[in-house]
Design a protein around this ligand. Structure first.
Ligand code: 5GP
Length: 125
């Protein structure tokens, strides 16, 4: 179901459960503020999700409420994950869905990293 990004954080969302270790994930990277893992239903040859460890519903919530250290650490983690996966030279795409029109499905901020083939136009036509 589409996420209403104006709602308060619900700690029963699937990524909160992954962070707590209640459901498994294929971990790629972890530090104090960020966690990265493979998407369960990849939409490209490489499809990685990077999430903050803090409880933020969306990019809107994160950019409004997170500390400068969380925001800086998260941005660096996204870049590092892509770099260490060898994606800088071939290229990659970042996506952070926020709210119903974007088709956000999980109510914990996540940045998608897509790569591994020419990714085509930015949006479906
Ligand atoms: P959204 O549409 O919210 O931007 O993307 C949610 C993403 O989370 C989807 O690409 C979906 O495949 C992924 N996803 C949903 N549930 C799980 C899960 O339990 N584990 C993993 N690794 N990915 C999930």
């Amino acid at each position: 179901m589409a996420v209403d990004a104006t709602q308060p954080y619900d700690d029963q969302n699937v990524f909160a459960k992954i962070l707590r270790g209640e459901i498994p994930s294929k971990k790629i990277y972890e530090d104090d503020v960020a966690f990265a893992f493979h998407d369960i239903n990849p939409q490209a040859p490489t499809h990685i999700l990077v999430i903050p460890k803090g409880a933020y519903v969306s990019w809107d919530d994160f950019s409004a409420r997170a500390s400068d250290a969380e925001i800086a650490g998260f941005a660096r983690a996204v870049g590092r994950v892509a770099r260490e996966a060898g994606l800088v030279e071939p290229g990659y795409r970042l996506l952070a869905n926020t709210g119903p029109d974007s088709h956000q499905e999980v109510a914990h901020l996540h940045v998608h990293i897509f790569a591994g083939k020419p990714l085509g136009p930015m949006l479906a036509r």
